[in-house]
Design a protein around this ligand. Sequence first.
Ligand code: FNR
Length: 179
Amino acid sequence: PRIHVLALSGSLRAASANTRLLKIAAELAPAGMSVELYEGLGDLPHFNPDLDGDDPPAAVRRFRERLQAADGVLVCTPEYANGVPGMLKNAMDWVVSSGEFYEKPTCTISASPLAIGARTAHDSLLLTLGMMTAKRVDGGSLTIPLVNKKLSAEGGLTDDATEAELRRLLEALAAACGS
Ligand code: FNR
């Protein structure tokens, strides 16, 4: 593929709806675009500027390299206690100063079994990405409420409207990466 997108999930849970949605996004990606899930977020140490000298931890180096090599980023996150899960915020904190998100086309999805669709965490994530000067994509944010009713036991998407929204978001990301 011409366009490589790195996908970041805000959940470490094996049965995560958010991770599942990123895998579905990989299947729905338009021709010419690949979506690859980054599996190493949970390996990052707690952010500590003291660790971030000339020789940062290997897990940090790997994460930065993969972000740098990606044409675009797709984040999909749940909400814990009205906030971005600490694991995802921690990953973001590691790349504030190193700048990998600078002008990087980035789309955001949040999903929750609740009717509000993790909107509070989503808005907070957008503030963080804005601070890191990630490139906002028109049509690049999607909130998915009641997610438990939209995934089958096998993990497939059972809601046509959500599938259409996901496809539109991926097209928008592809366009932003291509330009
Ligand atoms: C939650 N959940 C939740 N949901 C939400 O919409 N707003 C919230 O503030 C919270 N808070 C919260 C705290 C804790 C400690 C847990 C364990 C859960 C519910 C959450 O959305 C649900 O567990 C999702 O299924 C988590 O996403 P994954 O793991 O399925 O991707």
